[in-house]
Design a protein around this ligand. Sequence first.
Ligand code: B4P
Length: 192
Amino acid sequence: MFNLILFGPPGSGKGTQSERLIAKYGIKHLSTGDLLRSEIAAQTPLGIEAKNFMDKGQLVPDEVVIGMISSALDHNPNAKGFLFDGFPRTEAQAEALDKLLKLKKTAIHLMLALDVSEAELIKRLLGRGKTSGRSDDTNEDVIKARIAEYHKKTSAVADYYMKFDKVKHIPGEGSIDEIFENISAEVDKKNK
Ligand code: B4P
């Protein structure tokens, strides 16, 4: 089993690169952002609660996203590995993920962290907002709040995995193909 975390601030290319990674390596994609947006579309109680946080650019409470990931892991017993996209986003989520994977006798093998400047993040997200219909991408104040949440609560998650020597930084600016080549090279080194 090979388990990978794709990490980075909002708009750094996690969703974009995830599509290519799952196509190449056949691992199961678990995006908490996508899972939350499906709950919102289905107007479930969880989705209605999550939308309040997401519309303000805030993180959804840990217990909500940890519960979603735990159930997704249970529903995919035959996966040959998982790609975690947008999760974990707090240290509490990282600790919970380690415990969940340990119960399944596996672990995180690699965290790939995409580095992108703040000006580029804002440009990309406002660009996506023109076509995506995502309310959190159309307002620059909400985008800035998401980036602030990242610095306050999420960037420390890389330090957590750094202690276990599992983090590789990848420049996240340049062409999507070029970035994917660098990502693949790191995956291939670990996943022989
Ligand atoms: P997510 O769905 O995870 O979304 P994201 O971080 O905004 O985007 P991502 O990084 O995947 O987008 P990409 O760069 O691919 O989160 C949304 C919200 O959900 C959060 O704010 C939070 O409220 C909540 N949430 C999710 N997970 C949570 C958790 N674990 N805990 C608590 N709350 C959680 O794409 C951005 C744009 O850049 C696209 O238009 C793309 O085409 C473009 N792009 C990508 N690569 C590019 C490149 N190389 N060059 C130019 N443009 C590029």
